[in-house]
Design a protein around this ligand. Structure first.
Ligand SMILES: [Zn+2]
Length: 256
């Protein structure tokens, strides 16, 4: 996507939300990668927080019109977006505006628009490897300047025309490492957890130390299982072990 070079676009500020694979306006309009967004006039059909004020109920026209509410909206200042709290809605950034542009005191309504830069909150990109990769790919498709912001930092993630920036990728890889470490920690086997002793049943953990766990199957059969033989099974989302890893410790215990 390239902005016609015979015009110099106006640069405004906007917010977007991110939905799985793409940018959307807060009202739900999709901003496709590498494709300009052309405004459409919906004043005659839309009743919303913005268009609802429309006095003009009229036939479709080439947007934006001075006496209408149509056009792609953008603010003149980032401060204004931040003070109105809009920037907290997700992503904020600069936007190119061109074609017919109607000026207002605090912003513009434009015929055409495309994101110039995007500022992402630090937790927007998932830390799980596969999700992270597909999210990064989706952002890169916009081929625009992208930064991760938060905690006073502004880390470049993508540079228009030159792909990913090492600083942004390093940051995300660091977050991913922490994420997996945390997941591992959260999966500490504890009293009350259930362990599937394959082919034998579900054992409930009664005691854990660093080497062994003590568990009970069917409320009567006590098992001692080496801690290192118990694995978290991702697919079944449960702790599992082989029966050979367990030793019965009470023989013929009586059921209570
Ligand atoms: Zn209109």
């Amino acid at each position: 996507m390239s902005i016609p070079d015979y015009i110099s676009p106006i640069i405004g500020y906007r917010v977007w939300k991110w939905e799985k694979t793409g940018l959307k306006s807060l009202c739900g309009e999709r901003w496709k990668p590498s494709q300009l967004l052309a405004a459409r006039c919906r004043a005659s059909v839309v009743v919303g927080p913005i268009a609802g004020r429309a006095e003009a109920v009229h036939d479709a026209h080439e947007p934006p019109q001075t006496n209408c509410t149509c056009g792609v909206y953008a603010s003149k200042s980032l401060e204004q977006l931040l003070t109105t709290g809009y920037a907290k809605c997700g992503i904020h950034g600069e936007v190119y505006l061109w074609g017919t542009v109607v000026e207002h005191e605090l912003g513009w309504r434009a015929q055409f628009a495309y994101p110039k830069s995007l500022f992402l909150p630090p937790d927007l990109i998932p830390s799980e490897t596969k999700e992270m990769e597909s999210c990064l790919e989706a952002f890169a498709a916009y081929s625009t300047d992208i930064f991760i912001v938060g905690g006073g930092q502004k880390i470049p993630l993508c540079r228009r025309g030159s792909g990913f920036d090492a600083a942004g990728l390093d940051y995300l890889i660091g977050k991913r490492t922490q994420y997996y470490a945390r997941r591992q920690r959260d999966r500490t086997l504890m009293r009350g957890d259930r362990v599937a002793v394959l082919g034998r049943g579900i054992a409930v953990v009664e005691r854990v130390d660093s080497t062994w766990i003590q568990a009970v199957v069917w409320n009567k059969c006590e098992l001692r299982i080496a801690r290192k033989c118990i694995r978290w099974d991702k697919r079944n989302m449960r702790w599992e072990t082989r029966p050979s890893a367990s030793v019965e410790t009470n023989g013929k215990a009586t059921a209570k």
